[in-house]
Design a protein around this ligand. Structure first.
Ligand code: SAM
Length: 243
């Protein structure tokens, strides 16, 4: 099992350091030319990021007092707006050095020095990431799609141990329609072809979170033609010890 896990992670890292980097850097940009499928994915992803920010804003989050960790941050699509809201600290990491470098470049370009200084980017994988301090909120957006459910649950366990009061996570839910969509997609290999994607049973993810002592507070579902992502905001369930 461990051997398989190592291989999986290495394959994903390699993809996001090469072809995947080029593909996703463009999708996660507002200006780069993309094809129609990629544009659809870009729109879907933007909706997910907006849903996360909306949840935080709606709460009246006191950003200046709030620390965030963005696990699998990509090019910083979420980390940057968090920094722009003057978050106390944004720690963003990704397994892909290319993605992290692009996130740093965008942060250097877009953030004024005082916001940039409170934001740091590291190369690390979810389960290997270590921190001395817990984070008020840990986000993990569109990362678990790259791993089978067992690995996704292991990631949640590790993130859970570093989260003080909240986690915001997304995954691709396994429903009949999306299983079929994926099968159809697999019939069309080509430049727009997505990397291997895993869908997770929503019941499994919810049960894993419950076992770790979390309860769902709010949820959101984004679905476009080619992008779909279930978002769960979880908070510590009463009377459960911190994981
Ligand atoms: N969360 C970002 C966002 O929503 O804009 C990026 C999403 S992108 C589809 C998936 C990202 O997860 C990639 O940047 C990839 O390198 C990263 N990733 C995949 N496996 C990871 C792991 N085990 N640890 C950390 N990052 C990982």
């Amino acid at each position: 099992r461990l051997q398989g896990a190592v291989d999986e992670k290495d394959v994903v890292a390699q993809y996001f350091n090469s072809n995947g980097f080029e593909r996703w850097r463009k999708i996660y940009s507002e200006t780069a030319e993309v094809n129609r499928v990629q544009r659809d994915i870009r729109d879907g992803h933007r909706q997910t990021v907006e849903a996360v920010l909306h949840m935080l804003d709606e709460d009246g989050t006191d950003y200046a007092q709030h620390t965030f960790c963005d696990a699998g941050c990509g090019v910083g699509s979420l980390a940057l707006p968090l920094a722009q809201r003057n978050a106390k600290r944004v720690t963003a990491f990704d397994i892909s050095e290319a993605m992290v470098n692009e996130a740093r470049r965008r942060a250097d370009e877009l953030l004024p020095p005082e916001q940039r200084a409170r934001c740091d980017f590291r190369v690390a994988d979810v389960e290997g990431f270590r921190s001395d301090h817990p984070y008020d909120t840990i986000c993990c957006v569109d990362v678990m799609i790259h791993y089978p459910t067992e690995r996704a649950e292991a990631m949640l366990r590790h993130l859970s141990s570093m989260a003080r009061s909240r986690m915001i996570i997304t995954f691709a839910p396994k429903t009949l329609y999306y299983v079929l969509l994926k099968k159809v997609g697999e019939l069309f290999p080509g430049p727009s072809r997505v990397t291997r994607a895993y869908q997770h049973s929503e019941a499994d993810i919810r049960a894993a979170l419950r076992r770790l002592g979390w309860q769902v507070r709010r949820e959101h579902f984004t679905a476009t033609w080619f992008y779909f992502s279930k978002l769960l905001e979880v908070v510590r369930a009463p009377d459960t010890p911190n994981a």
